[in-house]
Design a protein around this ligand. Structure first.
Ligand code: HEM
Ligand code: HEM
Length: 160
């Protein structure tokens, strides 16, 4: 079992985190273009829509790399807290990984593959669930850091 996250794992965590939140917040251009596709309006590509697609595509590539690194190198044991929190942490992390793959894949399949119902899943339940999990993730990171005081944040700052 490795002692901590590597430099690459830490960089990927923060870069992917920022890109994902960027796409969660700045999606209006893509939504507008999609509305035009569905209603037969002006479907010319816009800068903001292109940015959404490129950032989302980059997220997909980096998350595949991230999962590869995790499978090959591994991840440190979850910090000892309670069995319930440890289980919730593991499930939560894997659910975030699944959504980090699921969001770009459904977006790409909707826009380039013409599978319209996936756009609703992409911009509806998947988006909402990812927001909830990120909020829970940040709250739990702060809980570890400031209530349990087990230095958890340092694990995503200092490579080991
Ligand atoms: C202020 C924001 C954030 C903080 C403070 C934070 C903090 C952390 C910390 C401390 C860990 C390590 C947990 C451990 O050692 O067991 C971690 C892991 C993780 N974080 Fe974050 N994080 C943030 C944002 C995000 C975002 C936006 C995402 C993705 C949407 C994300 C996805 C993950 C995932 C998937 C793991 C599990 C890594 C693994 O074991 O493979 N985090 N985070
Ligand atoms: C990190 C990955 C991604 C995230 C977090 C994300 C997030 C979002 C969000 C928040 C919306 C707005 C939904 C709403 O509130 O109406 C949206 C819309 C949309 N995105 Fe993405 N997206 C990602 C990647 C992609 C990719 C790679 C594509 C490929 C073309 C794409 C295509 C779309 C489409 C077609 C819509 C319009 C769907 C609708 O509004 O119902 N997305 N996305």
């Amino acid at each position: 079992m490795v002692q901590g996250y590597s430099r690459l794992q830490i960089i990927l965590h923060w870069v992917v985190g920022v890109l994902i939140v960027f796409n969660l917040i700045f999606s209006d251009g893509m939504s507008e273009l999609w509305r035009a596709v569905e209603t037969g309006g002006n479907t010319d590509m816009t800068v903001t829509a292109l940015l959404h697609i490129l950032v989302g595509g980059l997220v997909l590539a980096l998350v595949v790399l991230r999962l590869g690194v995790r499978l090959v190198r591994g991840a440190p044991e979850v910090p000892a807290s309670s069995p319930l929190l440890e289980k919730a942490g593991k499930i939560g992390h894997w659910a975030i990984y699944a959504l980090m793959i699921g969001l770009p894949v459904t977006g790409l399949a909707a826009y380039f593959g013409g599978v319209a119902f996936l756009a609703e899943i992409h911009g509806g339940p998947l988006k909402a669930l990812l927001w909830v999990l990120i909020a829970g993730h940040v709250v739990m990171a702060l809980y570890h850091q400031f209530v349990l005081k087990d230095g958890l944040l340092d694990r995503m700052r200092t490579p080991r």
